[in-house]
Design a protein around this ligand. Structure first.
Ligand SMILES: O=C(O)CCC(=O)C(=O)O
Ligand SMILES: [Fe+2]
Length: 509
């Protein structure tokens, strides 16, 4: 037996115990005591060595312990790992949507209603399935739409109404985010008017789920003239409900509810007479890039907004949601967004009870379930997953490695429409991560193991933006190479142009 061998795995204590028994049977009492002492000392030394090699880098006078993060984290493709079976037991998640979120009777007064009716009577509408249409403001294109892209601006006669609708929209948005008053509410900028004439008219069953509609806006419909009923159907259950639309009333649907309910005016349900419905929306081509970023503290410096410096810029609007743990990911907050970016999990695997590979696999299973729930609520949303960022703690990095391997070998092969945020090599390189991209100390002056600094956040932001824009362009890199990703302008990583013409798939990036 070689009691001097301390390089073996730490769990060899059992075999040492067996060897002790052998020796015990051959040696006398005194000798046994000496050998026990010796073995205990060796075991103690070995434990100290293991602790030392995974201790914070500050103990070694550098930012990293001797075994490098790269060694641990660049080996992904060579180590297929046991993959957990999630099967189909993904818990259902409540969509928390209702077909009509609010109704306001007599939203338009009689005088204004009369003037509007006279105005629309003089307009020329284009026939569409069961009714006719005319648009103003930002063009709203939808399947089967007959209104042209050459749309007149909002006419003066509609402006007071638009202003009131915007004030309701702003109140709704403020109540969604009461503690974030700096967020700009969606601006209603488009009006599609439907004309129903006679009892043969109808509105085919549909949902307003175009990606050009602001994901967190509402759709406002004002009825003028003949009243009628709009029928709502919950797609999943087939449950129907009917909503009466009297003259001069307003009903409001959230964009999110469109992921769950269809609406229509059934054939044969329309009374004789003329009804105009004025439907107001917040439309922009940039909403095709709308992104819901759900992440832990490493997303804390990332900002949506239109400032050139320090935000994703106006070409990639979105909203950030704080999810320190995987269980905090709320699939409902993703509804209606074109893209969802997830960067979460490190705080789960950091927990002391997460010890072995199968504990890490349980955390990963929760991530996978969350992704399935997100997709079940918003089928058209593309989910982008960031691998976990390495830290300066090698023990934790082993778990990071296990988690990332599961993303690589299980998530991407098994979940269609899940995309990588690529390019994390910069973070995996010790030297770059330690010297340039991560915080050295936390706010209390303690050694900081796992947080990106502002430069690191900029790199992360540019990688996220690049992944989203590359996907929108079918993999064609349209970036303007400013070479300033490490500088300030992550809003500018992608070349921009607001005009949809000449763009791949009609999106303006
Ligand atoms: O006329 C209505 O009440 C509904 C109109 C509508 O659903 C639409 O324009 O998308
Ligand atoms: Fe609609």
């Amino acid at each position: 037996m070689s009691i001097g061998d301390i390089s073996g795995p730490s769990d060899s204590l059992l075999s040492q115990e067996n060897s002790i028994k052998c020796i015990e049977s051959e040696m006398n009492e005194a000798c046994q005591t000496d050998i026990r002492k010796l073995i205990n000392e060796v075991c103690q030394l070995k434990t100290e060595l293991i602790n030392l090699s995974s201790a914070p880098a500050s103990l070694h006078g550098s930012h990293f312990p001797s075994e490098s993060t790269e060694q641990l984290l660049t080996t992904i493709s060579f180590h297929p790992t046991r993959v957990p079976q999630t099967g189909c037991e993904v818990p259902l998640v409540q969509h928390r949507q209702i077909p009509v979120s609010d109704t306001k009777h007599e939203f338009v007064d009689q005088t204004e209603a009369n003037e509007l009716q006279v105005f629309f009577d003089s307009c020329s509408f284009k026939p569409e399935n069961g009714h006719s249409v005319m648009s103003f403001g930002s063009p709203y294109q939808y399947t089967g739409s007959q209104s042209s892209t050459d749309v007149p601006p909002i006419p003066d006669i509609l402006k007071p109404l638009l202003e009131r609708v915007n004030s309701v929209q702003s109140d709704i948005y403020r109540s969604l985010y009461p503690d974030q008053p700096f967020l700009a509410p969606p601006e209603i900028n488009s009006c599609l008017v439907n004309k129903y004439q006679g009892s043969d008219s109808y509105l085919p069953r549909h949902a307003d789920r175009e990606m050009t509609i602001h994901p967190e806006s509402s759709i406002f419909t004002i009825s003028l003239g003949q009243s009628c009923d709009v029928t709502f159907t919950e797609r999943e259950s087939g449950t129907e409900s009917s909503h009466p639309c009297p003259d001069r009333s307003l009903y409001i649907m959230s964009r999110r509810s469109q992921e769950v309910f269809d609406h229509e005016i059934e054939k044969g349900s329309m009374p004789a007479g003329i009804r105009y419905s004025l439907t107001f929306r917040c439309i922009s081509w940039t909403h095709k890039n709308s992104t819901c970023l759900i992440g832990d503290s490493n997303t804390r410096f990332l900002r949506f907004g239109s400032n050139k410096r320090g935000t994703f810029g106006e070409q990639m609007p979105g909203q950030k949601f704080w999810a320190p743990k995987l269980r905090d990911i709320d699939p409902v907050s993703c509804m209606g967004y074109s893209n969802v970016v997830l960067l979460c999990g490190i705080n789960d695997i950091k927990e002391s009870q997460i010890q072995c590979e199968s504990d890490v696999a349980d955390c990963y299973t929760l991530l996978k379930q969350k992704i399935k729930q997100i997709k079940s609520l918003s089928a058209c949303t593309t989910v982008f997953v960031c691998q976990l960022l390495p830290t300066k703690d090698l023990t934790l990095n082993r778990k990071v490695n296990d988690f990332n391997r599961l993303i690589h070998f299980d998530l991407f092969p098994s979940c269609k429409d899940v995309e990588y945020v690529e390019g994390f090599r910069q973070f995996v390189c010790n030297r770059v991560l330690a010297a340039e991209l991560s915080m050295h100390l936390d706010r209390l002056g303690r050694f900081n193991m796992l947080h990106l600094n502002r430069a690191g956040a900029r790199v992360l932001a540019s990688l996220i933006k690049q992944s989203i824009f590359l996907r929108v362009h079918g993999g064609v890199d349209k970036r303007r190479h400013t070479g300033r990703v490490n500088g300030r302008l992550y809003s500018n990583v992608v070349a921009t142009s607001l005009h949809p013409s000449g763009m791949v798939d009609g999106c303006q990036v």
